[in-house]
Design a binder for this molecule. Sequence first.
Ligand code: BTN
Length: 248
Amino acid sequence: MKMKVGGKVIYFSTLSSTNDVARELALQGEAEGTVIVADEQTKGRGTKGRSWFSAASLGLYASIILRPKRAELSLLPLAMGLACREALEKTYALKVALKWPNDLIINNKKVGGLLLESSFSGTRPIYAIFGLGLNLNHEANDFPEELRDGAISLRQACGRKINREEILDQLWPKINFWYQAFLDGQDEMIINSFEVHHIFSKGEEIRINFKGQEIIGLFDGFSPDGALVLVTLQGRRQVTTGEVSLKK
Ligand code: BTN
């Protein structure tokens, strides 16, 4: 039987981090596909050790337990980003771009982020937790000052109040589709689609902050395992992690 994300959703009013609760449940044997949703997180986590602003009822905070039967997970965040992007575009008729590896972007501002955390036994994944944070009903003043310039909510983008359940209902079929594509090894489709919807196009000059070091080059798409390919003066480079921006 094929796995179904969204068949079982467990709601919390407040918790530390949906990723942490999902991980605890995964360790206790909770089945693949179960989702944890919270109104508020007290210790919401972002990538690169950052926190994720998770005020009560303004955003969507959700984590999904996955048990992928595939050793190599590097394309999973890309597939999940594509799923979220499609769900948002379909529900709100907005143009939503992806910024490698895990940002959802509207009007050049961040509307959401993905946090994938996994645990392996040798080369075999035991579980992967896919966390999704989306800005739903924030007005500018709801964001902490340091986020205000770079963040946007769906409400700001489409001018109406956003219903969390509406977007969740649209998410499940898209996540099921793209997760299955990932499991089936449809890597080319994932990479090609990610390139099509990526915020920077091939040939654009970008900078990457990689472990404190700045690398500048021309963006040349993604490698088969999801690394960002950059043409620099020293030659082609593949970067597996880092913060990318356009070189101004
Ligand atoms: C990023 O830094 O862009 C990723 C943000 C991921 C935030 C979500 S909110 C639900 C889940 N629980 C967490 O603690 N983080 C993720």
